[in-house]
Ligand binder design. Structure first.
Ligand code: SF4
Ligand code: SF4
Ligand code: FES
Length: 304
């Protein structure tokens, strides 16, 4: 909601402070407007979450990161209590690093490209911010996306280079292949596709008191390996299996894609493609991976 307040020149503690613009000398200052935000907070991993409400001065063309910066600066809830600053992740501020994903008005998206004016059109009363639900919360809006990167390791989403000498120019890639591959290469590992996927369910493990760090890591890795690998990893596997050098380990990627938690778990609900901020053709990648896995499985039978 954007609420209008006539400035009184008096800061009452519970209300946001008066805008500097209101101190104009003509006696006809414009009313300061405010944006209301509710944020689902959590103080530490595994703890109860709770809602906290904030009200910050409205500025045209803000994004959700600007809201969070204002919230941190005032560190005061809407009812005037001093509160710990809200934690969130961001880096590039231009939809490249993939770190600022959160649920904004119930939809998974990037906080840096979510514009407040548009959000207020969706939900005029209050903007709602929640952490992603498919990853363990570290604090407030910060989640542990380790499983997302582990999935990329599972499918070996890279071009293998096992030395450091000069190999000379790489293989030529036709413009048609470049055009086909480029959209897949724009993945920013944001996790939106995983948040929206009904097959990708949350895995949150707590280290036992008598468990060593290595044992905990092994248990966590085994749990991740049993879970669905996710649309982003399937798409990256197809990107690198289509690359002239990357295809050298195509069979290893197909082995991973057809193992437990692989492509057979995809229910083809297509939620992933609907929320990808980069409009990556994920369902095309999934269809390609399905075909490649079938051909590979048949080939394996005849290779025995
Ligand atoms: S198409 Fe597959 S990967 Fe995409 S949302 Fe549906 S189940 Fe998940
Ligand atoms: S495929 Fe799209 S939604 Fe999924 S991680 Fe990559 S950029 Fe994000
Ligand atoms: S801050 Fe990098 S994608 Fe939003």
């Amino acid at each position: 909601m954007i609420r209008s307040v006539e400035s009184t020149g008096h800061h009452d503690g519970g209300q946001p402070s008066q805008s500097p613009a209101d101190h104009g000398g003509n006696g006809h200052s414009a009313p300061q407007r405010f944006v209301r935000v509710r944020i689902l907070r959590q103080d530490a991993p595994g703890e109860e979450s709770y809602w906290e409400r904030f009200e910050i001065p409205y500025v045209a063309n803000m994004n959700v990161i600007s809201i969070l910066q204002q919230v941190a600066a005032q560190a005061k809830s809407r009812d005037g209590r001093r509160v710990a600053p809200v934690a969130w992740d961001c880096n590039c501020l231009e939809e490249v690093c993939g770190s600022c994903t959160m649920l904004i008005n119930g939809r998974t998206r990037m906080a840096c490209s979510a514009l407040v004016d548009r959000l207020l059109d969706e939900s005029a009363d209050e903007i709602e911010l929640r952490p992603m639900s498919k990853f363990p919360v570290v604090r407030d809006l910060v989640v542990d996306r380790g499983r997302l990167f582990h999935s990329l390791e599972r499918v070996k989403a890279w071009v293998p280079v096992d030395d450091s000498y000069d190999h000379g120019p790489g293989p030529r890639i036709s413009p048609e292949n470049q055009e086909d591959a480029y959209p897949l290469a724009t993945c920013i590992s944001c996790g939106c596709c995983l948040e929206a996927c009904p097959q990708f369910t949350k895995i949150e493990l707590v280290r036992r008191e008598d468990e060593s760090a290595d044992d905990f890591e092994a248990r966590r890795t085994a749990a991740f390996d049993a879970g669905f690998v996710g649309a982003h990893a399937i798409s990256q596997a197809m990107l690198f299996n289509g690359h002239p050098t990357g295809k050298m380990i195509a069979d290893e990627r197909l082995t991973a894609l057809t193992a437990q938690g692989g492509i057979q778990m995809c229910g083809n609900a297509q939620n992933c493609v609907a929320v990808c901020p980069k409009s990556i053709p994920l369902t095309r990648s999934i269809a390609r991976a399905g075909r490649a896995a079938t051909v590979w499985a048949i080939r394996k039978i005849f290779d025995r």
